[in-house]
Design a protein around this ligand. Sequence first.
Ligand code: ATP
Ligand code: MG
Length: 581
Amino acid sequence: MSRLFLRTLRDDPADAEVPSHRLLVRAGYVRRAAPGVYSWLPLGLRVLERVEAIVREEMDAMGAQEVRFPALLPREPYEATNRWTEYGPNLFRLKDRRGTDMLLGPTHEEMFTLLVKDLYSSYKDLPLSLYQIQTKYRDEARPRAGILRGREFIMKDSYSFDVTDEGLAASYQAHREAYVRIFDRLGFEYAVVHADSGAMGGSASEEFLAVAETGEDTFVRSPGGYAANVEAVTTVVPEPIDAADVPAAHAEQTPDTPTIDTLVAHLQEAFPREDRPWTAGDTLKNVLVVLRHPDGTREPLAIGVPGDRGVDAKRLETQVSPAEVEPFEETDFRAHPALVKGYIGPAALGSESASGIRYLLDPRVVDGTRWVTGANVEGSHVIDLVAGRDFTADGTIEAAEVRAGDPAPDGSGPLELARGIEMGHIFQLGRKYAEALGLQVLDENGKLVTVTMGSYGVGVSRAVAAIVEGFHDELGIVWPREVAPFDVHLVVAGKDPDLLASAEGLVSDIEAAGITVLHDDRPKVSPGVKFKDAELLGMPTIVVVGRGLADGVVEVKDRATGTRRDVAIEALVDDLRGVCR
Ligand code: ATP
Ligand code: MG
């Protein structure tokens, strides 16, 4: 450590929101170069390389072959799949000196597809799985939490190529199993959940989420084993209701009720129900947003949800992707005089209506359901407005928030909510990319057929942060042994030259046994500071060479449990062999 390029910091970086960001910077593993862009320092690089090695071993073991593509890519392939446009502002685009458009690769489906097309032409060449561990670029809207969400990051991406759907299913399954082995080895608690395939298109898709309260993803689980990202949860749609005896809709004065709470309170007082009190769930809330399409056009959209639920931003984003969601501004209200803020009702919404704004309903708003909603007049609401009878919309949308207790779509019980960090994602892409780029091979009958593909990603740099999210305490990082930069942190507690010499000897003996050691030999640093650094840096085993040496013992401490033991010097190497296995 006297020569290691390292400065540990006493204070947390000002922009750090989560423990992994705080600790990786303080412990000198990474350093910010620009927002969302990080440099790896010697200790950090060792961890990153160990994570890479685990991923590489498991990918090789499942028969995938490693390649490496450039990050600097031509525009044409991404034009052919429309992703040059669809990626929107997330894509780093640049021009070379001749004015030719290029990009920094956010993911490489196009390039792999073209390479296979370039070299292969027969079903006999397939199945094939290729992978790379490589740097990706995405101009994320919200780079955050250090390396958890970077604008430059390292991903393992692989792609499978098959002739038949069954072949694709088998390649997908092989990747799934490799991922289970990778994430088991990385050590954190994780969940495999159904995912929406979003902008990628295609069908089957699952995500591997590291379970963490600081995670950006919300997922659901049921007692019966259903697990899904909230973005992929589908609503259990109730049966239509017979509304024959519901009275005709009637508009009523409801002054000063622009919010659901004020409306429910007013209904309770002015129009009490006989059967039960009014609830927010009796109201239909119409939420306005603007969609920004990849070509730059803006389209207003109205979403009708039961008033006891909000619109979930991520679910909405997934549904409207590749369009992005922007707020409906004052100027948008002025452009649509038919809309009365706070009192918007279905009569003013829909492509056939005066506003012409596309109107989509939550799937729970089935025919026959009965609602209180805006009358499109300041201070007025309509009561007994029946879906199907009194209003219709342009369609439905899965954008309402998912709540604990909602039924699982497969009938496996009530959902429970948890948070996680997306660590891996596996997709059955199907023939979308192969079709767009013309990847065909001759089948057994000499007929040209389009290849079917899968695409599979692991966030390699993100995994380093996710491991720290799962393994730290108030003192610092607690690395799982599989990825720790060193097995042992050996602290010399004292300045006596004899002590230092004995420590040097011990380090050589331990290293000779194939165990890696970080030796804190700094002569001018106090034992207290060394101990603090050892806790912060997080090697799984700490050996203290100090006063006990006179009696022939050193102290061996387990970083995770804090337990300390005295071990005789002659027995140390064997002892560590057992611990570090
Ligand atoms: P997210 O939903 O977190 O933005 P994504 O769905 O866009 O991720 P994929 O395209 O599926 O990500 O990429 C595969 C993997 O790469 C992800 O599962 C994640 O682990 C990792 N990854 C994606 N974006 C980033 C990023 N900005 N920084 C670090 N890792 C990332
Ligand atoms: Mg994903």
